[in-house]
Write a protein that binds this ligand. Structure first.
Ligand code: ZN
Length: 215
């Protein structure tokens, strides 16, 4: 339904693709809303979305932490063995005076996913616990902003491509951290799949209204 009223209800949303203003109403669980003009999916209210986000984001954080502890990759060439952990890859880049690359790697590979998952997990936890405040919208904006900067899976694909090339020059063994980082990427993607900005915002506004009525 297209609305042109000056005062719009909370359930109105601009289509990401064609800018049509659509009133989504109250979606029931398991249903998705599509733009009537271009067919773009505007919102998907997944079952137990907040619980799933909480579980996936916590699992991703645990795997990310574990991926920094153990050996990430083991290289053997010309009788020389070298084990590298994920933090060591950054320290090696620093030692090679590749400061920008090392800083970029630290921020993109560990820093941004860590901040994104912590904020997302905190938001999902507070919504599931029935609590909301001005901080909830700050967390939602933070999550929405960081979501587009997520490049962890691109880094992971880059590692796979690099290993295929290195395999011809050296023996490559994958350490436990590699598999933890693979699992981290899986849980990160599952977390991202369940993030729906409209549904999260609606949940915050609903809780705020309930808290206002109860006060
Ligand atoms: Zn549209």
């Amino acid at each position: 339904m297209v609305s042109s009223a000056p005062s719009l209800p909370d359930t109105c949303l601009l289509c990401h693709e064609c800018d049509l203003l659509v009133d989504l109403g109250r979606l029931i669980e398991g249903r998705r809303a599509e733009c009537p003009r271009c067919g773009c999916v505007l919102s998907y209210r997944r079952r137990n979305a907040n619980v799933r986000i909480l579980v996936f984001s916590c699992s991703a954080l645990i795997c990310l932490g574990a991926s920094t502890v153990f050996d990430f990759i083991q290289l053997s060439a010309a009788g020389i063995d070298r084990d590298l952990t994920l933090p060591q890859t950054m320290s090696v880049l620093f030692a090679l005076h590749e400061w920008a690359l090392a800083a970029f790697m630290g921020v993109v590979v560990i820093g941004l996913p860590l901040a994104f998952l912590a904020a997302l997990g905190l938001l999902a936890f507070s919504l599931e616990a029935g609590r909301a405040g001005a901080y909830s919208f700050v967390l939602l904006r933070f999550v929405t902003f960081l979501r587009v900067w997520n490049m962890a899976e691109i880094f992971f694909l880059g590692i796979l491509v690099a290993m295929v090339k290195i395999a011809g020059m050296a023996d490559v063994n994958l350490g436990a951290s590699f598999w933890f980082y693979a699992l981290f990427n899986l849980f990160l993607i599952l977390s991202l799949v369940h993030v729906d900005q409209y549904q999260l915002g609606l949940g915050i506004r609903r809780l705020l209204a309930e808290q206002e009525q109860a006060a």
